[in-house]
Design a protein around this ligand. Structure first.
Ligand code: BES
Ligand code: ZN
Length: 650
């Protein structure tokens, strides 16, 4: 269908839809066709045997295309309209297609060609949402197009709605999505498993002063009465969690031949400065991974409540404003999201038990990009930082925690509960180990063929393992790999590679001086030496202090002055500094820490700080009260995980 036709159709459907809105939603009121039923092999939970976090059964009938015609309603905080799914039977005997939904109000489901209503059933409602079983039309077609007419709930877990006062401009509301891992189902009825990839098109309408952006190419923008309609097209098949949208008062600046940065106008120039290295990072990643297939690479800087550092939505990476350090020192997050253009977005984990295939590989490419742009010593410096963070994570979770395995068992486990640094850093170390066995050149050329072979596919760890073994079958070095321990062992990795220590050494010297300092004599590191440290080294220095025993308040005061920590803009440094203050039991800092927390949604910062505050009697109650006061402004995933961290949920 051409996009011109979309607009026409949308108007039609809109009218139909609006006239039906007053009808009570009677979800699941229809019964399924009664003819012969096939019994599917189902685990007792009713979830898919291929993906423990999805009800869908793409092995029986698979969605091959998605078209959305949706209106964003800020007053009611809902998105409503139609999502049309093209469905193909895989098993000719099946009569149904199974989809995932979560808190969607389904009004009706139609077959588009005939406009006949289809029967459907909603069942198994629980933490993974609900199973939506739709009876396919009783005729033999190659493709069935079913149209779901529905609206989202105001608490859709994949959306964050902001009132104007929570935006930089204060005039207009804002909404953004975050679908990874399994929140797409709260906005789009779909087969919400990364094992299914579809092209998608969308027509989205918003109040006329707002701009809509999506993880796709924008095709049109047209006024329609008091609203504006935007049409998008993503021509590369993507998994559901990569569908993304945001709407607000946005501007853009060009930052490269295929890149723009989008943000509210108050920060768009700062963002253009911060991310000016994007094209160089893209080119370097292409050099390592092969051609960039997504056409454009834009960035969207979200309001502060965005819960992640970055999200690799295709054509439009979403990033947190905490990256705006003013000196480009946190742009490695962009290198990370760029790397996902291959690892994750082209070669995709088939379900979230194999999440390390996305994130471990992405860390590996991210650091290689940094290594090429800044030198191997930077690559290794970051790798070592990652190793320290991994140690902290394993210590906190416990050596024996099954979630410290590289390959997880997520039966009955929500991916939001399993999320940690393990797949990132343990995955990274595993790949460094493999590379050390076969050599850098051989490993890099292996990576290229691995991407080439598995692009546009979703795979499991065993696919990678077989491919690697086969590729290096004549290399005896690989026979000593203890795959079982690496993939299924808990705790720290069995082998830690050697990393270049150049950038670390200076910090090591300084830390010794700081630790043996008595807090009364003059600060042990000269201001010239401090000024000579790059931001990454300052971050490292603070991380090393945090690892040490608590420091006295005198020493902390000295440190604050020497490093000007009261005025530091770099969010990573601020975060580590706050943790050091909590560890040193500096009570006067609690208030400032909480007020910073209330303006930041990035879970990498909020979760450890809330946990630290919880674990200190002096701040425990204040932290809980503060959370209760601000939780309604948090995105669902933040609210949920912090509530758990604070033991407010079981
Ligand atoms: N894809 C992730 C973010 C994510 C993971 C969202 C799991 C939802 C579920 C993204 O690429 C990421 O890893 N972001 C990191 C960046 C960092 C490792 C450089 C982040 O948010 O901190
Ligand atoms: Zn990532």
């Amino acid at each position: 269908m051409s996009l011109g036709v979309f607009f026409g159709l949308l108007n039609l459907k809109k009218n139909l839809f609006h006239s039906c809105l007053s009808v009570l939603f009677v979800s699941g009121a229809y019964s399924l066709r009664n003819n012969t039923r096939i019994t599917y092999k189902m685990p007792s939970s009713g979830l898919s045997p291929m993906d423990p976090n999805s009800f869908s059964r793409p092995d029986l009938a698979v969605v091959t295309n998605i078209f959305m015609a949706l209106d964003i309603n800020f007053t009611r905080r809902v998105i409503s309209g139609n999502t049309d799914l093209t469905v193909q039977k895989v098993d000719q005997k099946v009569e149904e297609v199974i989809l995932d939904i979560k808190d969607l109000n389904i009004e009706a489901i139609y077959e588009t060609q005939s406009n006949i209503k289809l029967d459907y059933k909603i069942s198994e409602t629980g933490p993974f949402g609900s199973k939506l079983t739709v009876a396919l039309p009783d005729k033999n077609l190659e493709n069935y197009i079913i149209s779901v007419r529905y609206e989202t709930s105001p608490n859709a877990s994949g959306l964050q709605w902001l009132n104007p006062e929570h935006t930089a401009g204060k005039k207009f509301p804002f909404v953004f999505s975050q679908f990874q891992a399994i929140h797409a189902r709260s906005v789009i009825p779909c087969q919400d498993t990364p094992s299914v990839k579809t092209k998608y098109t969308a027509v989205i309408s918003v109040p006329k002063d707002l701009t809509v952006v999506m993880s796709a190419i924008n095709k049109h923008k047209k006024p329609l009465l008091e609203r504006t309609m935007y049409a998008f097209e993503q021509n590369i098949p993507v998994q559901s969690y990569l569908i993304a949208l945001a709407a607000g008062e946005l501007e853009s600046r060009e930052i490269g031949p295929r890149s723009k940065v989008w943000a509210e106008k108050q920060i768009v120039d700062a963002a253009a400065f911060e991310f000016s290295d994007t094209e160089r990072q893209l080119k370097t990643a292409e050099d390592i991974c092969g051609p960039y297939v997504w056409g454009i690479y834009d960035l969207l800087v979200l309001p502060p409540s965005f819960p992640f550092g970055g999200m690799e939505n295709p054509c439009l990476t979403f990033v947190t404003p905490t990256l705006l350090a003013g000196d480009r020192s946190l742009a490695n997050v962009v290198a990370h999201e760029i790397a996902h253009s291959w690892t994750g977005n082209l070669v995709t984990n088939a379900n979230f038990e194999h999440f390390w295939l996305n994130e471990g590989f992405t860390m590996f490419i991210e650091r290689k990009v940094l290594g090429r742009l800044q030198g191997v010593k930077y690559e290794d410096f970051h790798a070592y930082e990652g190793y320290l963070e991994l140690q902290e994570t394993v210590n906190r979770m416990g050596e024996k925690d099954p979630l410290t395995k590289l390959v997880l068992n997520l039966e009955g486990v929500h991916p939001d509960d399993s999320f940690s640094l393990i797949p990132y850093e343990k995955g990274y170390i595993f790949l460094r180990y493999l590379q050390s066995l076969v050599g850098i050149t051989a490993f890099e050329s292996f990576l290229k063929t691995y991407f080439e072979t598995y692009k546009y596919k979703s795979i499991k760890t065993s696919d990678f393992q077989e491919y690697f073994k086969n590729h290096f079958k004549s290399n005896t070095a690989i026979t000593k790999i203890d795959w079982d321990t690496w993939l299924y062992g808990t705790g720290m990795p069995p082998i830690i590679p050697d990393y270049d220590q150049t950038l670390r050494n200076t910090c090591q010297d300084y830390i010794k001086q700081f630790i043996s300092w008595n807090g009364q004599d003059s600060f042990p590191i000269s201001s010239q030496d401090i000024a000579a440290l790059i931001p990454d080294q300052k971050i490292h220095f603070l991380r090393l202090i945090l690892k040490e025993e608590p420091q006295s308040l005198e020493k902390l005061r000295g440190l604050e002055t020497a490093f000007d920590l009261a005025n530091v803009k770099n969010s990573e440094m601020k975060f580590l500094w706050f943790r050091i203050c909590i560890k040193g039991r500096w009570e006067e800092k609690i208030e400032g820490i909480l007020s910073w927390l209330n303006g930041v949604g990035r879970m990498k910062y909020t979760r450890p700080l809330y946990r630290d505050l919880y674990n200190w009697e002096a701040s425990k109650t204040t932290a809980i009260n503060n959370f209760e006061k601000y939780r309604s402004y948090m995105m669902h995933v933040s609210e949920y995980t912090i509530a758990k961290d604070l033991h407010l949920l079981k």
